[in-house]
Design a binder for this molecule. Sequence first.
Ligand code: UDP
Ligand code: G50
Length: 470
Amino acid sequence: MSISDALQSHPPHVALLPSAGMGHLTPFLRLAVQLVRHHCRVTLITAHPTVSLAESQFISRFFSAFPQVSQVQFHLLPLDLSSANSTDPFFLGFEAMRRSAHLLSPLLASLSPPLHAFIYDVSLISSVIPVIEALNIPNYILFTSSARMFSFFSYFPTFTSKSNDDPAVFDDVVEIPGLMPVPKSSIPPLLLIPNNLFAKIFKEDSYKVAKLTGVFINTFEGLEAESLEALNGGKVREGLPSVFAVGPLAVCEFERVECGDQLKWLDEQPVGSVVYVSFGSRTAMSRDQIREIGNGLIKSGCRFLWVVKDKKVDKEEEEGLENVVGHELMERMKGKGLVVKTWVDQGEILAHRAVGGFVSHCGWNSVVEAAWHGVPILAWPQHGDQKINAEVVERSGLGMWVRSWGWGEQVVVKGEEIGERIREMMESKLLRREAAGVKEEGRKALRDGGSCGITFMRLFEEWQMSNRSI
Ligand code: UDP
Ligand code: G50
């Protein structure tokens, strides 16, 4: 019997547990869709409450589209804020899940049929491992960033022990075997601040990666050959689990949101003439920087579709667009582009033929979506893993990065400079050609007989071997 016949008659049962934030939830739901399409039985464990409205709406849309996926609700215990050492609502979301992880034990044990695999978020590793080891279920994470960032994460215990654990004395570059060096300036800034919540989670979890059965990453050879080879070739750290490159994870139909006006406007613009500007789902910009971006867009002379964000969490967005951007600037932008302050359908925008460039913070989902459509990126990392992702963008040819712009809140980048760099990106034939090459590699990975299908088959074989009953 072939693997696909065996899968259809005895489908493996997989449970997924995403963590807080759209950047973490989105790739989980896209992976769930792939597993369903490969005939797996899928249970999605959803944490309540979610941090943002976008997350709860996304989850509802997913279950409406995939009624065959079972939902199990994971009710989080209230978090004692005084002991958490962070004010970031998404990190507090990670922590609430970590502190509630023991509640997963009865929940996972009661699933029927028994699980062949449990796939959960990277930010839960050290709290989930004790639970899962007691239940003896193969355990995987979906790493929600790049393979390069996973290399850094896996190598973190090695280089911090070399630096006596004091982040202040980290070397100027981190030399990860098999990879281009990571400069200190690219390290997620919170890791350089001792005792904050994110650094604590990152450190605890990175020590435990060898205990995982495997790691899923939304990436592909054409984008990250170097890191994938270093990871699976055993160079980065001894005893690392297998890394499964399951990307590019395709944007799915259930993600569509109403954006008729924007698409209609894009339909009226010439091919490749519009620059799309967005910094993802959880990055608010200072008012000063917002004004400079507006001036920069006008200066660039390009048409634009710009998504403004004023607050980290959507529930707190109160001010109207005009108040945030300013009346005078809004007037000057009229007829030149579209400015919105709502959730947009990024998948549809990047797919549109009018869009010729993307000013992006380099959240990993945005990078892979741009790669899928071959849209060149002007990288402007704001925080976290985004500089390490920008290194991938630059190296793969998908985009350009102006390092002197620094992290989001370090400096206010002037409109003049922003405008010039946008023009440079939009006019670069080289970038367009290289981005088209990355797109072609991504499409190849998803074709019949491509690397993505082969990776899934390898996994299913592993699951079948580990359990003769399927
Ligand atoms: N996104 C979207 N519309 C928006 C803002 C974000 O569809 O208005 C999606 C985007 O396509 C991506 C995800 O939300 O899939 C954001 O994840 P990413 O890793 O790019 O950045 P983060 O928001 O986590 O910083
Ligand atoms: C969010 C963030 C900062 C940051 C990251 C974020 C990542 C991604 C990978 O997702 O580095 C990662 C997340 C959580 C974790 C380990 C690794 O515990 O604001 O750096």
